[in-house]
Design a protein around this ligand. Structure first.
Ligand code: SAH
Ligand code: DHB
Ligand code: MG
Length: 218
């Protein structure tokens, strides 16, 4: 489902705060053309930047690069000594993102890691602890990625995850038809884990897809 939904309110927010330069526009257009426009909206890219600034995050892991749209928003909020590692499974997506990163003025602060996050994350532990993780990949695996984040994001670090409303079906209390039962079960588990107040100071920003934000307290 396309994420760059446009309403008068969202257009107003974008016009004030979330201007897209030529590079961001060209990524968006390319994804539209390929019928793959599932990237975050510009206003969400801006929100990620705001959270990075608020938190002073320097070292970020992103799971799910697609064409690098969210990565480019985030890298532009990082300080000079900041870096983002972004993990991308699909080889065609990796290639597309590579082309766009080459055009980004902050490309020296981006490392794209090709492969399934389950295989790539263990080696990234060498560079831990990280300040922030943005999870936006296969919905069935969010709880696995939280296992890694619990070990590799610093105390006080940020855990952010997109699509945690699971297309408006996360609140169903029995498996919905549109998703594999395991995907639904695992996303609910992820949300319940973040809602544990002894471990996280967290909430979900009620975007259409749901954007979970959590401070790791341990
Ligand atoms: N964050 C991007 C959108 C990501 S779409 C943006 O807002 O611009 C989801 C991406 O996750 C796709 O590129 C897909 O290839 C990738 N992906 C899916 N499963 C994955 C996995 N197991 N490991 C790593 N990447 C995965
Ligand atoms: C899908 C994935 C996303 O990350 C998203 O924001 C919207 C849709 C999808 O796989 O359909
Ligand atoms: Mg998403």
């Amino acid at each position: 489902m396309p994420r760059n939904i446009s309403t008068p309110s969202i257009e107003y927010i974008r016009s004030l705060y979330a201007h897209q330069d030529d590079l961001l526009v060209s990524i968006s257009e390319e994804l539209e053309k390929r019928n793959m426009a599932i990237h975050v909206g510009a206003e969400e890219g801006r929100l990620l930047q705001f959270l990075i600034a608020l938190h002073g995050a320097k070292n970020i892991v992103e799971i799910g690069t697609l064409a690098g749209y969210s990565t480019i928003w985030m890298v532009r909020a990082l300080p000079e000594d900041g870096h983002i590692y972004t993990i991308n499974k699909d080889p065609a997506h990796v290639k597309m993102a590579e082309g766009f990163f080459a055009q980004c003025e902050r490309r020296g602060h981006i490392t794209q890691l090709a492969g399934d996050a389950h295989d790539v994350l263990p080696a990234l532990s060498d560079k831990a602890p990280f300040d922030m993780i943005f999870i936006d990949a296969d919905k069935i695996s969010y709880s696995d990625y939280l296992d890694w984040a619990e070990q590799n994001i610093r105390k006080g670090g940020l855990i952010i995850a997109d699509n945690t409303l699971l297309g408006g079906l996360a609140m169903e209390t029995s498996p919905p038809e549109n998703y594999a039962p395991t995907t639904w079960k695992n996303m609910r588990l992820f949300n319940e884990r973040l809602a544990d107040k002894s471990k996280y100071n967290a909430t979900m920003i009620p975007t259409k897809e749901g954007l979970s934000v959590a401070i790791k307290l341990f």
